[in-house]
Design a protein around this ligand. Structure first.
Ligand code: PAF
Length: 279
């Protein structure tokens, strides 16, 4: 696996690849890699000739500075994990390399930026768009692969690609879960043993709520989630919503069959998100 830290060197290498008509798949990450990331690498490897993974903890997408400070960083372990997975190229730029000036770009994602993660993490998607646009311009991939645990992020990135008039294909990949159902996330490494046990209740509550929504109603499912989480010490609900595919909140129980339920909770200080499709 080749490792680049400088944009110019990565670009020169990728030019050689594109000159011989090889396709490039891209997996942008913030590191602390887990099997969920590795599944994106595997999907990219099947779809493209060359797979590039980036590791960059993007400061502009953290609305909470303490969250940025505690975000897990383990570059050597990550590089070994990627090498083993057969990743071709790892790009690990510095903050100065990605943001040589302080210039702040602003994006308009309309409604999408006003709900769920957009509502609770002001500025977050603007930061995600800023870094993803920059990375897309550097790597210029044919396809880019994202995990659907961040369902709303995938929608934002699809909207970004449209705004960029780019034809990069955004591939939405399935959520990978631990044996007890917890969605894989870099943030799971920050949980204490007790918190990790508590966190595994989230997918179970989501599953039960799905059955309640399908058999009884949306209101009852929401009530169930909020009551269950209130009972768990050290867990705090930020939101639980049942939405259509465009993230419009559903109120009519008849539409629930094709819904997606999305949740954000705090377990201690650690914020976790998850979602579940109803169909
Ligand atoms: O999902 C992530 O890890 C990040 O938001 C991304 C897409 C790599 C941008 O920093």
């Amino acid at each position: 696996m080749l490792i680049f830290t400088k944009i110019a060197e990565l670009r020169a290498f990728l030019k050689g690849i594109k000159d011989v008509n090889q396709s490039v798949g891209f997996v942008p990450t913030m590191g602390a890699l887990h099997n969920g990331h590795i599944s994106l690498i595997s999907i990219s490897k099947k779809a493209c000739n060359i797979t590039v993974c980036s590791i960059f903890v993007n400061p502009t997408q953290f609305n909470d500075k303490a969250d940025l400070k505690r975000y897990p960083r383990m570059p050597e372990k990550d590089a070994a994990f990627l090498e083993k997975a057969g990743c071709d190229v790892l790009f690990m730029p510095s903050v100065e390399e990605i943001y040589p000036t302080e210039k702040k770009e602003t994006y308009d994602f309309g409604y999408l930026n006003t709900v769920l993660e957009g509502k609770y993490r002001p500025g977050h998607f603007n930061g995600v768009a800023q870094v993803v646009k920059r990375l897309f311009e550097i790597v210029a991939p044919d396809k880019a692969f994202f995990g659907s645990k961040d369902y709303q992020q995938v929608m934002i990135i699809k909207a970004l690609v449209k705004q960029m008039n780019s034809n990069i294909e955004i591939v939405n990949c399935p959520i990978l879960r631990e044996a007890d159902g917890l969605a894989m996330s870099s943030r799971n490494t920050l949980l204490s043993k007790e918190e990790r046990e508590i966190a595994s209740l989230v997918p179970k509550i989501m599953q039960e709520a799905k059955q309640i929504a399908l058999t009884t109603g949306i209101h009852e499912a929401k009530q169930f989630v909020s009551n269950e989480i209130l009972k768990i010490p050290d867990m705090k609900l930020e939101y639980y919503e049942i939405c259509d595919a465009d993230l419009n909140e559903l109120t009519d129980t008849k539409q629930v069959k094709n819904a997606i339920a999305l949740i954000a909770v705090f377990v201690g200080k650690i914020r976790l998100i998850d979602n579940i499709m109803f169909n």
